[in-house]
Design a protein around this ligand. Structure first.
Ligand SMILES: Cc1cc2nc3c(=O)[nH]c(=O)nc-3n(C[C@H](O)[C@H](O)[C@H](O)COP(=O)(O)O)c2cc1C
Length: 179
């Protein structure tokens, strides 16, 4: 039985925080105690070694994790190598089945390869959301030009693209406590 769970993550626009909270709410339905830590804003718990399961997640931007969860893994590798660990990323590629294999290799398997000893019990590619209104002119233009390739020529790119599927996130969270 999993008893103490740490869920820590990095987010830029908050979608990964929502996913972390959804994962936490499912795990709390078991007898586990769960700590959720936004690594950009909050302190890493003093005794990471006291957790039975450590879930680390990040949003993806231009192919990259946020630096804080990446550093967390690197700096706690000795402990994480001996623990049950699960990784998740929140990204748009996850919403496109034909890109999932590439995304799995580049956003998840790559992190595992860069951290010898890390052996996640599970990894998840979680579809996120983009709200163009949250970005400045330059980023909007860049995003629109990339995203327009997913739409028929001439079709306007919507301001908000929301691929979140909280039921799937909760399903994944359930698998973590049954491991
Ligand atoms: C500037 C920018 C770059 C992005 N680059 C990628 C990318 O390379 N691959 C991808 O799958 N999703 C990409 N996304 C989509 C994000 O991963 C998605 O918006 C996610 O929900 C962000 O999570 P966060 O709000 O927790 O940071 C990008 C989004 C933005 C705004």
């Amino acid at each position: 039985m999993t008893e103490r769970v740490l869920i820590c993550y990095g987010t830029r626009k908050g979608t990964t925080a929502e996913m972390a909270e959804a994962i936490a709410s499912i795990i709390k339905e078991s007898d586990a105690t769960v700590d959720v830590v936004n690594l950009k804003k909050e302190k890493i718990p003093a005794r990471v070694e006291d957790y039975d399961l450590i879930v680390v997640g990040s949003g993806i931007q231009i192919g990259s994790w946020t630096s804080e969860p990446r550093d967390f893994i690197k700096n706690h590798l000795d402990i994480l190598s001996k623990k049950k660990v699960a990784l998740f990323v929140v990204c748009m590629d996850a919403a496109h089945p034909e890109r999932c294999e590439w995304a799995q290799q580049n956003y998840l398997d790559k992190i595992v390869m860069e951290n010898p000893g890390l052996q996640p019990i599970s990894t998840a590619l979680i579809p996120g959301r983009i709200d163009l209104n949250q970005h400045n002119f330059v980023t909007r233009r860049m995003l629109k030009s990339i995203i327009s390739k997913d739409f028929p020529p001439g079709e306007e790119v919507p301001e908000v693209m929301d691929f979140r599927d909280m039921d799937k996130v909760r399903e994944w969270a359930k698998t973590l406590i049954s491991e």
